[in-house]
Design a protein around this ligand. Structure first.
Ligand SMILES: Cc1cc2nc3c(=O)[nH]c(=O)nc-3n(C[C@H](O)[C@H](O)[C@H](O)COP(=O)(O)OP(=O)(O)OC[C@H]3O[C@@H](n4cnc5c(N)ncnc54)[C@H](O)[C@@H]3O)c2cc1C
Length: 401
């Protein structure tokens, strides 16, 4: 049986390897000149390949139930065993983020390609049109003299996030032509632009903080994660993980509330009131928890002199300081676009796909894998995990009667 795979990215390479292991005849097409371009840039080149906490509940999708069934079909350990069988043993950090032993995304691409030595890989081949007939699928490429046939087709062509790595959005119309809905595609895992004025002295600061997204002063979603303060707004997983909740058409109604001490609960409050710290300066006490620039900013904000002793401040001063620590509100100005996004929302609804096989419910013989499907995980290896997980289900689905 001739299998066609469009996309030699993470999910396409995974599907090709597994299909080959199952004895299938595979042909892979990619518009880029080299395979795995996005994969080779992941995790700042270190490839955060999976996460020990990967489970359906961590993801944003149109069909939670179907996603749960995907995770039941191929549990985490099977994804890691597959990677190991390809020659990619992994290791987990304390917080559960999983990396290859080599900590090298480029090595991961090379190793995956080594598993595909005898496989037909057509690079520089942009597929522009897909026709279904009684024998399978005809794929038209940008070169009108080239057409390809396959009996079953896997679409693993990703999303338009990060076009500088060759990401593109060419196949949504052809997929709609095969009977699928295409949900609006938006950038996700993207930095958030905010009014830079309040934090202008904090540029370059990086810390773990609580982030609440407010719409018309009401809480939309909250997160605790690493943020980086920049001249245009906030970057880092703490804000990227929630950027897809912002409706770009209503941008003026959103605010971000930053809690600099979300990780510490009531600890700073207790330390400020502790008799043991009565002789300690406010600045020294806060430096135990926060970067020096943030400490100076907060003391200035609460109009407190930095050498003041903790034991000498009055209750209203303490309240002003705690308020400044926990409630810094910034007006949202925008979400940085696809160029800065690590992923997307939208695309092909998971609800139109059988979760046991990743086969289309609309077009028999058509399968999906990876980010083309409306499944988004937070930063931390969850999206590569989905690319591998869905790729494995799709490959196994090819031989399911
Ligand atoms: C900078 C950056 C860092 C990231 N870091 C991480 C991380 O550390 N951990 C994590 O979990 N996730 C990370 N991600 C997200 C992760 O890389 C993606 O979710 C994952 O690669 C998606 O895999 P995919 O196979 O669906 O798509 P891709 O890997 O993008 O592959 C799609 C392939 O399809 C090809 N293609 C598209 N259209 C066509 C067409 N019409 N014809 C032929 N070929 C076509 C493209 O050229 C591409 O090679 C990161 C993303 C970016 C941009």
């Amino acid at each position: 049986m001739q299998i066609g795979i469009i996309g030699a990215g993470t999910s396409g390479l995974c599907t090709a390897i597994k299909s080959k292991q199952l004895g299938l005849d595979v042909q892979v097409f990619d518009a880029n000149s080299t395979p795995g371009r996005k994969l080779s840039a992941t995790g700042s080149g270190r490839c955060n390949i999976s996460n020990q906490h990967a489970g359906a509940q961590q993801y944003f999708t149109d069909d939670q139930n179907a996603l749960q069934r995907c995770f039941e079909k191929i549990p985490l350990v099977q994804v890691l065993t597959f990677l190991e069988s390809c020659g990619i043993p992994t290791t987990a950090s304390e917080d559960g983020w999983i990396y290859p032993h080599s900590y090298s995304a480029a090595n991961v691409v090379d190793i995956l390609m080594d598993n595909l030595k005898d496989t037909k890989l057509r690079t520089n081949t942009l597929i522009t049109k897909i026709i279904k007939n009684k024998d399978g699928f005809i794929l038209h490429s940008a070169d009108p003299s080239q057409q390809y046939h396959c009996e079953k087709l896997i679409l693993a062509c990703g999303s338009p996030a990060n076009p500088q790595l060759g990401a593109r959005a060419v196949l949504y119309d052809p997929i709609a032509g095969l009977g699928h809905t295409i949900l609006p595609v938006h950038p996700a895992l993207s930095p958030i632009e905010t009014d830079p004025t309040p934090f202008h002295k904090l540029q370059g600061v990086r810390l773990d903080a609580g982030v609440e997204l407010l719409y018309q002063n009401k809480l939309v979603v909250q997160n605790i994660g690493n943020i980086i303060i920049t001249q245009w707004g906030l970057n880092g997983p703490g804000v990227m993980d929630i950027s897809h909740w912002i409706d770009p058409d209503k941008i003026d109604s959103y605010q971000l509330k930053i809690d600099f001490a979300a990780r510490f609960g009531q600890e700073i409050e207790k330390a400020l009131s502790s008799a043991n710290n009565a002789e300690r300066s406010l600045q020294a006490l806060l430096k135990a928890y926060l970067p020096a620039k943030v400490v100076d900013f907060l003391l200035q904000h609460a109009r407190l002199e930095k050498h003041l002793h903790c034991g000498d401040i009055h209750q209203p001063q303490k309240e002003a300081l705690l308020y400044a620590i926990h409630n810094q509100v910034l007006a949202v100005r925008g979400v940085r676009g696809f160029k800065f996004a690590q992923a997307s929302t939208g695309g092909v609804p998971l609800g139109e796909i059988c979760p046991e096989t990743m086969q289309s419910r609309r077009c028999p013989g058509l399968f999906f894998a990876g980010e083309l499907v409306n499944v988004l995980g937070p930063c931390g290896g969850f999206n590569l995990h989905w690319a591998f997980l869905s790729g494995l289900i799709a490959a196994n689905g090819l031989i399911k009667k």
